[in-house]
Write a protein that binds this ligand. Structure first.
Ligand code: AMP
Ligand code: MG
Length: 402
């Protein structure tokens, strides 16, 4: 059996990032992956400006100044200059007139007629945002191989970027396999179950703007049908995911088909849930992932193995592609851990005055999807390793927007 971390690194090392890029307007770029590093076009702030509503004053050796005008955000102050003893009324974001020594917040001032005065001594340069104090022209603004977040959209807009180069989205076709599976439009009959993996994974993967997800439907446990479906899908898809049929049962044909159509690596992962996991490619181009059919195992291997590989393939940096990992304190103990596989328990997080605590939910079977619904994280328990109450442990957040 393979250790999870070794398997993940091997999978990532055998995955190559797409090279196809396209220009996207900034309004259409959120959630896509940036294909170029973008530099700072303009110092930020672009010019010295006021951080407060108040008075810009010249000469800090006095406590009273004559008000000679008003400057507001958007005004051109290039011709405005203060002489010692002069002040201007100034608003947040307005340019700082030449010769300003400090900006006094309006609540610290007294105004009588055309004069402003203060009671306390002023600090030089107070309440002035200096040109370039945040960003200097020519520096890296946003790194390539990162997802463009709403904040990045704002930052890029502030620097005048109307369009950016992104990696082209990848097409992903998702199948479920199994004679027992019914779609939701079909009536339930003895021995059958509703297909839950496909709706679950379709809805999850659709969160990623850089994936164009195609619903491939349910495939029966029939060699020829599976072969034809995978062959057809591989003509258009960059990625195929099949849930079910990845283990060693007589009817697990998907592996055999992949072996015949392309290449296959079949791994027994030393993790629970999620032992059988296979991947490979068709036509040396289309990457294929075969997930275990048990819904929780399908879910966990998607989070821990498949999504990292897909993210890296789609253009994310390897660091960003790896699953997010946090730390929490164990609100449980496992005194005599005989578990031979790395266990990823479904758990909740609670924040208290003593820190962040993780505890397993009820229902840890790999067929018990309710555990995933009620969980915030996967709690990692390494094989043969005891857990003491209060010990710091690794947890994988189950947010579907990372
Ligand atoms: P398999 O990996 O095909 O051997 O399936 C393992 C278990 O997962 C069996 O109990 C299947 O019925 C169940 N299973 C497989 N695919 C799905 C699916 N798409 N939705 C719900 N359960 C499934
Ligand atoms: Mg099956």
């Amino acid at each position: 059996m393979r250790d999870y971390y070794e398997a993940l690194e091997e999978l990532l090392s055998k995955t190559q990032t797409t090279h196809q890029t396209e220009d996207r307007s900034l309004e259409e770029a959120e959630g896509y992956i940036l294909a170029e590093a973008l530099t700072v076009n303009y110092d930020a702030p672009m010019f010295d400006n006021s951080a407060m509503d108040g008075y810009a004053v010249c000469d800090l050796n006095r406590t009273e100044w004559e008000i000679i005008g008003v400057v507001a955000a958007g005004d051109d102050v290039t011709a405005t200059r203060l002489e010692p003893g002069q002040a201007v009324r100034i608003f947040t974001g307005a340019g700082i007139p030449a010769n300003t020594d400090s900006v006094v917040p309006q609540e610290n001032t007294t105004v009588t007629d055309s004069r402003v005065s203060v009671e306390q001594a002023l600090k030089p340069s107070a309440n002035i945002r200096r040109q370039g104090e945040e960003l200097k022209k020519g520096d890296v603004l946003v790194s390539s191989h990162t997802v463009i977040s709403p904040a990045a959209i704002g930052l890029l807009a502030s620097q005048g970027y109307a369009s950016v180069s992104c990696f082209k989205p990848l097409t992903l076709t998702l199948f479920s396999t199994g004679d027992e599976l019914l779609s939701l439009t079909e009536p339930l009959t003895p021995g059958k179950i509703y297909d839950s993996n496909r709706p679950m994974l379709l809805s999850w993967l659709k969160h990623y703007a850089y994936l164009k997800v195609v619903n491939g439907g349910v495939l029966p446990d029939d060699y020829d049908t599976i072969k034809q479906a995978l062959h057809q899908a591989a003509a258009n898809a960059d990625i195929i995911i099949c849930s079910g049929g990845a283990s060693v049962g007589d009817k697990d044909y998907v592996k055999q088909v992949l072996d015949e159509l392309g290449t296959l690596e079949h791994w027994k992962l030393a993790i629970k849930p999620g032992k059988p996991f296979a991947w490979g490619n068709i036509n040396n181009r289309c990457k294929v992932f075969l997930l275990p059919g048990n819904p929780v195992a399908s879910y966990a291997t998607t989070l821990l193995m498949t999504l990292p590989a897909i993210k890296y393939l789609a253009g994310l940096s390897i660091e960003k592609a790896r699953p997010q990992k946090w730390k929490a304190q164990a609100d449980f103990s496992i005194p005599n851990n005989k578990q031979g596989r790395r266990d990823f328990l479904r758990g909740t997080l609670s924040m208290t005055e003593t820190g962040v605590w993780a505890a397993p939910v009820k229902g840890q079977g790999s067929h018990m999807l309710s555990g995933c619904v009620n969980a915030d994280v996967l709690i990692e328990v390494p094989a043969h390793t005891n857990v003491e109450h209060g010990q710091w442990i690794d947890v994988y957040p189950l947010s579907h927007s990372f």
